[in-house]
Design a protein around this ligand. Structure first.
Ligand SMILES: Cc1cc2nc3c(=O)[nH]c(=O)nc-3n(C[C@H](O)[C@H](O)[C@H](O)COP(=O)(O)O)c2cc1C
Length: 210
C-alpha cells in the first residue's frame, strides 16, 4: 500500500473486534513511530503496549469512561520525557548528529549559538514548554503509527481526552514520564465514511493568505 492510499483509507475507528492483534503487526506499527522525525532528533517519546484487559479498563477510566477504550484489544500509551529537551539531553542528541556528519557545526556553535538560543533550544523557555515540545514530537510518531496500522490492515482511534495523572497512576510510571495520549489499535468492526474536512481553498494557499 502506498502512503497516499493509507492516508485516504485511515479513519478513526471506535468499534473494534475483540480479536487480539498479532505481535508482528504491533511491532511494525511501533517501528513506524520509532522512524518518525523529531526536533533535533531528541525522540522524547516512550510507547507502552497494553493488552491486559483489567489495565485497559482502568485506562478507559482515565479517558473519562470512553467506551471505545475499554473495548480496544490494544492500547498504546504514548508517553513523553520532557527532560529530552534539557540542555544536557538535547546536546547529546545534536552531538550524535554532528558526529555522524549530519550537522557541520563546531562545538562552539553547538554550545553558544544553538543551545544558547531560545529559538533552537526549548529548555530556555522552561519546563512547561519542554513538555509541550515533547508532546508535539509524540504526535508526529503517533501519526506515523496510525498510517502504518492501515498498511497492516488494522485501525486506530486516537484518544487525547484523558486525565494524564490518572493514566500515569494506572501505568505506575516514573516521575520523569508523562502520559500524552492513547492510540487504540485493533481490527475494525465498522466501516465509516470519511469524516468531513474543510474545503481545500479555505485552508490551503499559494504564496500568500487570501
Ligand atoms: C490529538 C487527537 C485527539 C483525539 N482524541 C479523541 C478522543 O479522546 N476520543 C475520540 O473518540 N476521538 C478522538 N480523536 C479522533 C478525532 O475525533 C478524529 O480524528 C476526527 O473526528 C476526524 O475523524 P477521522 O480521524 O476519522 O478522520 C482524536 C484525534 C486526535 C488527532
Amino acid at each position: 500500500m502506498d502512503v497516499t492510499e493509507a492516508i485516504l483509507k485511515r479513519r478513526t475507528i471506535r468499534r473494534m473486534k475483540p480479536d487480539p492483534v498479532e505481535k508482528e503487526k504491533i511491532e511494525k506499527v511501533l517501528e513506524a513511530g520509532r522512524r518518525a522525525p523529531s526536533w533535533g532528533n531528541t525522540q522524547p517519546w516512550r510507547f507502552i503496549v497494553v493488552q491486559d484487559k483489567a489495565k485497559i479498563e482502568a485506562l478507559a477510566g482515565a479517558a473519562g469512561g470512553q467506551p471505545q477504550v475499554a473495548d480496544a484489544p490494544v492500547v498504546i500509551v504514548c508517553c513523553g520525557v520532557p527532560d529530552s529537551f534539557s540542555r544536557k539531553m538535547h546536546r547529546e542528541a545534536l552531538k550524535q548528529l554532528m558526529d555522524l556528519g549530519v550537522m557541520d557545526w563546531s562545538d562552539e556553535v553547538l554550545d553558544n549559538v544553538i543551545l544558547g538560543s531560545e529559538q533552537f533550544a526549548p529548555y530556555h523557555l522552561g519546563e512547561q514548554v519542554m513538555k509541550i515540545k515533547a508532546g508535539e514530537q509524540i504526535m508526529i510518531a503517533a501519526a506515523y503509527m496510525t498510517l502504518e496500522a492501515v498498511n497492516q490492515g488494522l485501525s486506530t482511534c486516537w484518544v487525547g481526552a484523558i486525565a494524564p495523572n490518572e493514566a500515569h497512576k494506572v501505568m505506575n510510571l516514573p516521575e520523569d514520564l508523562f502520559v500524552h495520549d492513547f492510540i487504540l489499535l485493533g481490527y475494525a468492526d465498522e466501516d465509516p465514511n470519511p469524516r468531513p474536512r474543510k474545503d481545500f481553498d479555505k485552508i490551503m494557499f499559494w504564496e500568500e493568505h487570501q
